[in-house]
Design a protein. Structure first.
Length: 271
């Protein structure tokens, strides 16, 4: 076959392939790091914020684990996404109404996991060299509890790289102690305040609200940018996977290097 015929044959073959192939990452070889949303690799197979999910995230090379911070009726810090235990443990009671001695006896219908203490997760992350992102779901300003959080992060040598999705009530307490999530508007407001440091914050946003100009702005101001690719962002989507894949591709092409993702979207980052 001569060169012209070979070119035509290859062109015909490529034209018939899906644009995405197996991953959007092939379009631009960028360096990126992944944060496992809801406590590790879940995908309907493992309990959120559970030990099996953590173990899978470590095996798959995630850089960080995002976990949900809640407090029990007796003041114990645990990891649980929902306000109650219904979804995985079949118990309607709220976390804040249940004592730890009862919580630790629960077994997930999915994989037999029992709820974990925050300290369990931080210990695992320290041992397996994983970073931590905390989604603070504790209502109000409980400085005693929040100081416990800081103390645990220090105990497991995680605070210098830790991220936190905060609450309005806790922002003043945690500012300067841990890197806090912000929108661009919030960051621009913070820049006007005395003592502002880029290292105290990170720009956290979903792709639908992120532009190339935002990415360039964050880089020029030395601000860490994390794009959130989570399933609940696509509740109104007619084709969640296609839309999420397009967002991953656009963010990679824009130069975003940190992603908090649901594990369902992990394959969009495989090279």
């Amino acid at each position: 076959m001569n060169a012209r015929l070979l070119f035509q044959a290859l062109r015909t073959l490529l034209m018939g392939m899906p644009m995405l192939l197996t991953s959007p990452a092939w379009t631009q070889p960028v360096s990126y790091s992944l944060i496992a949303h809801r406590g590790g690799v879940t995908g309907g197979k493992y309990t959120e914020n559970g030990l099996p999910a953590l173990e899978e995230a470590a095996k798959e090379g995630y850089a960080m684990i995002e976990t949900d911070l809640r407090v029990t009726a007796d003041g114990v810090l645990i990891a649980n996404h929902d306000a109650d235990f219904r979804r995985f443990y079949g118990v309607e009671k709220k976390v804040t109404e249940t004592r730890w001695q009862d919580i630790k006896k629960l077994k997930s219908s999915l994989d037999g996991n029992s709820p974990l203490l925050l300290e369990d997760i931080l210990s695992y992350c320290h041992t397996h060299k994983l970073g931590i992102m905390l989604d603070n779901k504790i209502a109000g300003l409980d400085t005693i509890l929040f100081n416990k959080v800081i103390g645990l992060l220090d105990r497991y040598d995680l605070r210098s790289t830790a991220l936190m999705i905060g609450t309005d009530e806790s922002t003043a307490f945690f500012t300067g102690k841990i890197r806090l999530s912000c929108s661009r508007t919030q960051l621009e407001e913070n820049m006007k305040k005395p003592g502002y440091r880029a290292a105290d914050y990170f720009f956290f946003e979903r792709p639908a609200r992120l532009t190339q100009e935002d990415v360039t702005w964050a880089r020029s101001n030395g601000i860490m940018l994390v794009a959130a690719i989570n399933k609940f962002h696509y509740n109104q989507s007619g084709d969640m996977l296609t839309d999420a894949a397009a967002d991953c591709r656009r963010m990679l092409t824009s130069g975003v290097s940190w992603f908090q993702i649901d594990s369902d979207f992990r394959h969009f980052f495989e090279r």
